[in-house]
Design a protein around this ligand. Sequence first.
Ligand SMILES: NC(=O)c1ccc[n+]([C@@H]2O[C@H](COP(=O)([O-])OP(=O)(O)OC[C@H]3O[C@@H](n4cnc5c(N)ncnc54)[C@H](O)[C@@H]3O)[C@@H](O)[C@H]2O)c1
Length: 335
Amino acid sequence: MTMTHSSDLDIRSLGVVGAGLMGTGIAEVAVLSGLPTVLVRGTGRAPEEARGRVERSLERRIARGSLEREQAGAALARLTVTGDRDALAAVDIVIESIVEDLEEKRALFLDLARRAVGGVLASNTSTLCLRDLAGPGYDDRLVGMHFFSPVPAMSLVEVAHLPGTRPDVERACRRLVERLGKTPVSVVDSAGFVVNRLLVPYLIGAVAAFAQGLAGQIEIDTAMKLGCGHPMGPLALCDLIGLDVVFAMAKLLHKEFGDQRYQPPALLRRMVQDGQLGRKAGLGFYDYRAGTPVPSAGLWELVSGQLGDAGAGAGGVGRAGHDVGIIGGEVARAG
Ligand SMILES: NC(=O)c1ccc[n+]([C@@H]2O[C@H](COP(=O)([O-])OP(=O)(O)OC[C@H]3O[C@@H](n4cnc5c(N)ncnc54)[C@H](O)[C@@H]3O)[C@@H](O)[C@H]2O)c1
């Protein structure tokens, strides 16, 4: 880490652990902003896989006309993909973006401290408390840096610190976020930070409203888009995030706060058990398998069958064949 003056740190190189959806996105915006970046993939994963994800995303930018090919080449030249955590020894900050599991993340930080990785340590956790990730040897340089998906497009990063985090570390992280072209918002360390604490009750409220027959998928999504100015309705957003992820977040926040607003509805649990996980599974509140999404026809039967009368109240407004609407910018006709 470079000292700019007596009390400030300057982050000039970056490490990312976890080469999934978020980790590759963070690495992409870092190399595009000029920072040499080491991306550490999980064991058993080929380096070409992670590099390929970044390359494909840069190609999409070139196709859209927002990036020159030479700039993409220069960005890729700043990216090192490896399976070796010792390659992180000299970077100024390591952002972990591995699986959302307390024990895995803690073990990773302890391992980095044991390997004398001396820079700032940051977690991209969605729902865990930073204090539970703290450990000896790095408590004063641990922060939360919560990015949003897809990282190249979303401009918010929540920055959380512990009471013992050095103020210069937090300031350096905020400047890093700005260098990545994003806006930092400082938040207190708390499960779900601001966005997920407020978003999860909204999403599962929409699931419960659907299960109770208040309205069909398209009606609920259209109501929230046109009535509240949201770019996407809550059920389409559940599908985009992944119903397993929404369910896991709700369960964790419910456990943390003991507040009924976070209790996952039975329908959400049942859809996760059935593998109806949203876009990534091809089926969730909408059916994506034919290309243009339409309301999932089988879901209505699942609601009626699994939840008794609860799903029948809206007179079947969500049944396939009845509705036309806009999902995430696409016009969809059911059935
Ligand atoms: N998906 C989102 O919308 C989103 C948004 C904000 C934050 N997050 C958080 O980001 C983190 C990663 O989420 P994701 O969506 O990228 O998941 P993902 O499943 O796409 O990626 C996780 C990656 O971590 C790797 N991994 C797992 N354990 C590892 C280890 N011990 N060492 C190295 N690599 C390891 C896996 O192989 C996988 O490639 C999670 O903490 C998640 O809560 C996700």
